[in-house]
Design a protein around this ligand. Structure first.
Ligand code: PEP
Length: 250
């Protein structure tokens, strides 16, 4: 059984000092209370990766991830970062297709499919984020949107290893809004994703599905206990060690 992933996405917040301090405070606050079936994933901004990786050195159960990468080893891609540069800073995971990359930066499914393939081939565990907007939900398009993003995101990679490929269901309307999807909505979406994975991926029953969208210390225990919820991806409530440690141990 693969471990549940408790992931912190620090987006474009924190200086190097602040990130390293938060990582240290988190390790202290969690102490020996990290359940055996969970791992912690910190996803700081690029500038803080190396410092956080030094801070986490020797800590069992803690991993580092990149928020994004460009699917080439090196080259004239001003402003981008390669998977090799991420692994060089200590990353073993990377996000692909976070809703802010899709909706603010305009990343499209075919480009994301290329990243999934390239990232997996570069020894990164890939977390593919999918999720519907509020308009799509109101129009009854949740199934179409989620399965479409899933199918297109995996179009280049084909069959993947459950250990290396993770899905994060993040309804766009719940990200950073304080509005969490209810347990029924989350369960329904995760069951739907599982019911697509099982017939389409050889290791589909074991691929982890994280939930993200205004996860907080007071709703995490309910969310994490749902069937087919294999962890959480947390933005705002992960910025402070105090609140994220409560989520990690919820
Ligand atoms: C996220 O950044 O992926 C996220 C879910 O943010 P928040 O927890 O702030 O909604």
């Amino acid at each position: 059984m693969l471990k549940k992933i408790m992931a912190a996405n620090w987006k474009m917040y924190k200086t190097r000092d602040d990130a390293s301090r938060t990582a240290r405070e988190l390790v202290v606050a969690v102490g020996d209370k990290l359940p055996d079936d969970r791992e912690v994933l910190l996803i700081p901004p690029f500038t803080a990766l190396y410092g956080v990786s030094e801070m986490l050195a020797g800590q069992t159960g803690y991993f580092l991830g990149g928020q994004n990468f460009y699917p080439e080893q090196e080259g004239a891609y001003t402003g981008e970062i390669s998977p090799q540069q991420l692994t060089d800073c200590g990353c073993s995971f990377a996000l692909v297709g976070h809703s802010e990359r899709r909706h603010v930066l305009g990343e499209r499914d075919d480009f994301l499919a290329e990243k999934v393939l390239y990232g997996l081939n570069s020894n990164l565990k890939i977390i593919l984020c999918i999720g519907e907007t509020i308009e799509e939900r109101k129009q009854g398009l949740v199934e179409q949107v989620l399965l479409g993003q899933l199918e297109k995101g995996l179009a280049r990679a084909g069959q993947v290893k459950a250990e290396n490929f993770i899905i994060a269901y993040e309804p766009v309307w719940a990200i950073g809004t304080g509005e969490t999807a209810g347990p029924e909505d989350i369960a329904q979406a995760h069951d739907l994703i599982r019911s697509w994975l099982e017939p389409n991926q050889q290791e589909g029953k074991d691929i982890r599905i994280l939930y993200g969208g205004s996860v907080k210390p007071d709703n995490c225990a309910t969310i994490i206990s749902l069937d087919n919820v294999d962890g959480v991806l947390v933005g705002g409530a992960s910025l402070k060690a105090d609140s994220f440690s409560k989520i990690v141990t919820a």
